[in-house]
Write a protein that binds this ligand. Structure first.
Ligand SMILES: Nc1ncnc2c1ncn2[C@@H]1O[C@H](COP(=O)(O)OP(=O)(O)OP(=O)(O)O)[C@@H](O)[C@H]1O
Length: 228
């Protein structure tokens, strides 16, 4: 993976964290964050990743690495490739060059919630949670995002903000240590945004990793900025 410290580079992109340039570190090491012992073992790294989409290079030779408890914040104007980066991290889009490595399952929140619109919220979420072998996590996840009272409502009847919270509940119920969140705050009111930030903080405190692409301000203390 190269040297211990590597300057993230890309055509017109920078990658910098609160503690300076990204550094690669051994996977699975105990991460002392705020004096806490981490329970999750996770990592995510982009190494010289180049993205071609629609015949256009969106970013080139992009590199960054996230260890337990860390967050990456993908920033940039419309159409620059933020969602494409998240899709590459999720394994849904192959990079033209470079590679993505990491440890731990990844959960994706994207524009499409991928919840069966004809099923009730609880059943639609349960489908995915059972695939992830965490079927019993649905009720807890719905409570966490404030949707337990409408667990029996069909997904198609949910409002925009409720739909986004349901998509986030799917991430919570997955128990994946690596969260890939594409515009997670879209459609959320102030209280829901605060809930999202709080859940992300709890996840990171437990050693989880979060990679967020967003237009709106989301509190991610100490996050590495990945500017496209
Ligand atoms: N399936 C596709 N096929 C071809 N080109 C695509 C496809 N999806 C997106 N693109 C193009 O890739 C570029 C980057 O799109 P992407 O959605 O990653 O940008 P973004 O930074 O997330 O934008 P926004 O801030 O508007 O959400 C855009 O020019 C878009 O037209």
């Amino acid at each position: 993976m190269g040297g211990d410290r590597r300057i993230a580079r890309t055509a017109g992109a920078t990658c910098r964290g609160a503690r300076g340039w990204t550094s690669f570190r051994p996977v699975g090491r105990r991460h002392a964050r705020a004096g806490r012992r981490c329970r999750l073992s996770a990592s995510l790294a982009f190494e010289d990743v180049t993205c071609l989409r629609g015949g256009r290079i969106l970013f080139e030779a992009l590199g960054f690495a996230l260890g337990p408890g860390e967050a990456g914040l993908v920033l940039g104007p419309n159409g620059v490739g933020k969602s494409s980066l998240i899709r590459i991290a999720a394994g849904l889009l192959a990079p033209l060059g470079g590679r993505v490595t990491g440890e731990g399952a990844r959960a994706l929140l994207s524009e499409a919630a991928a919840l069966d619109s004809e099923r009730t919220l609880a059943v639609a979420l349960g489908f995915w949670a059972r695939l992830d072998a965490h079927g019993d996590a649905v009720s807890e996840a719905l409570a966490a995002v404030g949707l337990r009272d409408i667990a029996d409502v069909p997904v198609r009847l949910l409002s925009t903000g409720q739909r986004r919270r349901a998509a986030f509940a799917r991430v919570l119920a997955s128990a994946a240590p690596v969260w890939l969140l594409d515009e997670p705050g879209n459609g959320l009111d102030t209280a829901s945004l605060a809930m999202l930030e709080a859940r992300i903080a709890v996840h990171r405190a437990a050693g989880g990793i979060v990679l967020v692409a967003t237009h709106q301000p989301i509190a991610l203390p100490g996050a590495q900025e990945i500017r496209l």
